[in-house]
Design a protein around this ligand. Structure first.
Ligand SMILES: Cc1cc2nc3c(=O)[nH]c(=O)nc-3n(C[C@H](O)[C@H](O)[C@H](O)COP(=O)(O)O)c2cc1C
Ligand code: SF4
Length: 464
């Protein structure tokens, strides 16, 4: 048994064990409430969360507006309704124990409006908010307005310093902790900077020490750091616990918490997760958010990789290098490619990839007619769920912008909604951390065993 000392988190003493927030609808009021009821910290996702009927059936998220701007407004209203519904479930399930946190992505659509909408009606049910994916400068001010503790998610000391210097120094009282999310190991979107190489992971310890140094400079030496990314057995982290160099810490579990009896996707994802071996989770740059993200390298990701590999540069007019004409688009406008690329194109066309689509980087990407239709339809039915979307070109500040859409990306709303609500986990985007292969190696999960959240939390305290 490890000696895990309770920690003050969001105003109460709890186990230093935290459920990582997982959108869309993967960490829910039910999972969050179960983590809290076990004396730890649960986190429900308020990213397009599900609202429920009085009979507790999920209300399908359908957007009826005829323009993206109209659908964007519906997204925000539904997100507020869904966030409040999940907060209520978490509160009822927790039975007064533990702490309830809510997670949002700063770069989702209408974040500020959604936070005000949820907090103004449910602030007494929510103890803390965690927020990453972007630089959430306004998070501190909004959370403080409602008396809610806030937890920025950062992947470097530098990012925290910027948040503190620009905004958080004025709102220190409710800074509950800082989540250090390892950008090479954590599941979901991650905060790799341009100077960091997705293929060259750095060890986390010096980066967390650097974060603590910055926090000490800011007078935040006793505020917990929550370590996320690559945490599985706590017996592997004993030299981090009670270590004066890094100070008070808690551990966040995103991937391991996918398989509990309360998790809505545990049944559907069990086979996929238990079949993974080391290296089956990949970090890619396809997400329409513009962030790197870490997901199971399944048929969904393979299709995106294949799609991008059928790509050539083009010019609008012929030149010494681009001599070969290609018909592009319904109106058959002409683009010019090199002779070598024309040979590739001929091979792709022969294999059925007959439709060229323009990308914002002046390339043509070849897809099947069916795929071209799907891409165009997904772009046309965009509901504006992100503040800016690379795939559809939507940008909330410009309302229905005409930025060039990028067909190499995809509608993350569509696939994450699908996989959270019964979609095939081999055919949709399945976010997972680098250590997901450990489900198959960890004897705890032998013979189809799926723990309840209470059992998982008891197990984590044994160090395994
Ligand atoms: C399926 C999945 C979805 C996730 N979605 C989110 C999210 O919406 N917001 C967020 O801040 N983090 C998200 N994460 C990250 C987790 O909250 C957590 O920090 C991370 O998974 C920890 O690393 P681990 O995967 O090694 O346990 C997600 C992770 C997974 C596996
Ligand atoms: S196309 Fe982009 S902004 Fe539109 S719904 Fe899909 S992910 Fe959201």
């Amino acid at each position: 048994m490890l000696s895990l000392k309770p920690l003050m988190i969001s105003g109460a003493e709890v186990l230093p064990l935290i459920e990582g927030g997982k959108g869309i609808s993967i960490s829910t009021g039910e999972t969050c409430g179960a983590w809290a009821r076990a004396g730890a910290v649960g986190t429900f996702s308020a990213v397009n969360a599900d609202a429920l009927t009085p009979e507790k059936h999920i209300i399908p998220q359908l957007f009826t507006g005829t323009t993206r701007s109209e659908r964007y407004k519906e997204v925000i209203l539904q997100a507020i309704k869904g966030g409040i519904a999940q907060a209520k479930i978490a509160h009822e399930t927790a039975q007064g124990r533990g702490r309830i946190h809510m997670n949002v992505l700063w770069e989702m659509a209408g974040t500020e409006e959604i936070l005000h909408g949820i907090f103004s009606r449910a602030k007494e049910l929510i103890h803390g908010i965690t927020c990453g994916a972007g630089m959430p400068y306004k998070l501190a001010e909004i959370a403080t307005q409602y008396g809610i503790y806030y937890y920025p998610i950062v992947s470097s000391a530098r990012a925290f310093r910027a948040l503190y210097k620009r905004a958080y120094h004025r709102f220190c009282a409710l800074l509950g902790g800082v989540v250090y999310e390892d950008p090479w190991r954590a599941g979901g979107h991650n905060g790799l900077s341009h100077s960091e190489d997705a293929a060259v992971p750095e060890p986390p310890y010096p980066r967390v020490v650097a974060l603590r140094e910055v926090m000490r400079e800011c007078g935040l030496g006793t505020i917990p750091i929550i370590v996320a990314g690559g945490v599985w057995w706590l017996s592997e982290w004993t030299d981090w616990i009670d270590n004066p160099e890094i100070g008070p810490i808690a551990f966040q579990f995103g991937t391991r918490s996918l398989l509990t009896q309360e998790s809505p996707t545990a049944d559907a994802w069990y086979k996929t997760l238990l079949s993974l071996t080391k290296g089956d989770v990949k970090t890619t740059a396809f997400s329409p958010t513009g962030f790197y993200s870490s997901a199971v390298n399944n048929a969904f990701l393979s299709e995106l990789q294949d799609r991008s590999s059928r790509q050539v540069s083009y010019q609008e007019t012929s030149s010494d290098t681009c001599t070969e004409p290609i018909h592009v688009g319904a109106r058959g406008s002409i683009a010019y490619v090199s002779a070598a690329d024309k040979a590739h194109i001929n091979a792709w066309i022969a294999a059925g990839y007959t439709i060229p689509l323009r990308t914002p980087e002046h390339t043509l990407m070849f897809v099947t007619p069916q795929k071209a239709l799907t891409i165009k339809s997904d772009q046309a039915t965009c509901s504006g769920c992100l503040s800016a979307c690379r795939f559809s070109g939507w940008c909330q500040s410009e309302q229905d912008s005409t930025r060039p859409p990028d067909p190499r990306s995809f509608c993350i709303q569509k696939t994450l909604q699908a996989v959270a609500h019964g979609g095939n986990p081999d055919a949709e985007l399945v976010f997972a951390g680098d250590n997901a292969y450990r489900f198959a190696e960890d004897p705890y999960y032998d013979n189809g065993f799926v723990p309840s959240t209470q059992q998982l939390i008891d197990r984590l305290q044994t160090g395994f």
